[in-house]
Write a protein that binds this ligand. Structure first.
Ligand SMILES: [Zn+2]
Length: 179
């Protein structure tokens, strides 16, 4: 079946504040959602997407983070399908990194988070999986996990910086498309 590009919800929208519900069973409907989310993420383009960003309040995440496996090889992106993901461990070491969000287009902010995470989740066949991530993938997974709790990147900033970003977002929207 052909994949569909879904509209991405943008801040401020009350749906982005919703805590997503666990998936009862990984069935064809969930696999369809996963495929549509991957297609939507690629078109955006982005490296991660949570189901709530396309209006579905279920604990579903996809990521596609380019990773270099060898110095002489081009970076290859592995697609991860995560259903009911949980963070089981975070490193004590923190790292400050610039973060963006498809629901807050073209706005970026420096944010401190653990450098590494371990996760447990169900894959697209419903099998239990574990992974450990560092770098951009660790950052991306934590960002998407926040979405499942109804937390946006701007919610982790000081009120002053949050308002600054949301004001810039509102201003950018008012500009004509050709500007
Ligand atoms: Zn986001």
């Amino acid at each position: 079946m052909a994949m569909a590009v879904l509209p991405i919800i943008e801040a401020p929208d009350r749906r982005l504040k919703v805590r997503s519900e666990p998936v009862a069973r990984v069935n064809d409907e969930i696999r369809r959602l996963l495929d549509d989310m991957v297609e939507t993420m690629r078109v955006a383009p982005g490296i991660g997407l949570s189901a709530i960003q396309v209006g579905v309040a279920q604990r579903v995440i996809v990521t596609e983070v380019p990773e270099k496996t060898a110095e002489d090889q081009p970076a290859k992106a592995t697609t991860l399908y995560l259903v009911n993901p949980e963070i089981t461990w975070t490193s004590d070491s923190l790292v400050i990194c610039e973060e963006g969000c498809l629901s807050i287009p073209d706005q970026f902010a420096d944010l401190e988070r653990p450098a590494e995470v371990a996760m447990r989740y169900l894959d697209r066949n419903g099998a239990s999986q574990e992974l450990k991530a560092a770098g951009v993938l660790a950052r991306c997974l934590q960002h998407e996990m926040d979405h499942l709790e109804g937390i946006l990147l701007v919610d982790r900033l000081s009120p002053v910086r949050r308002h600054m970003i949301l004001r810039k977002l509102a201003k950018a929207r008012k500009k004509p498309a050709f500007a």
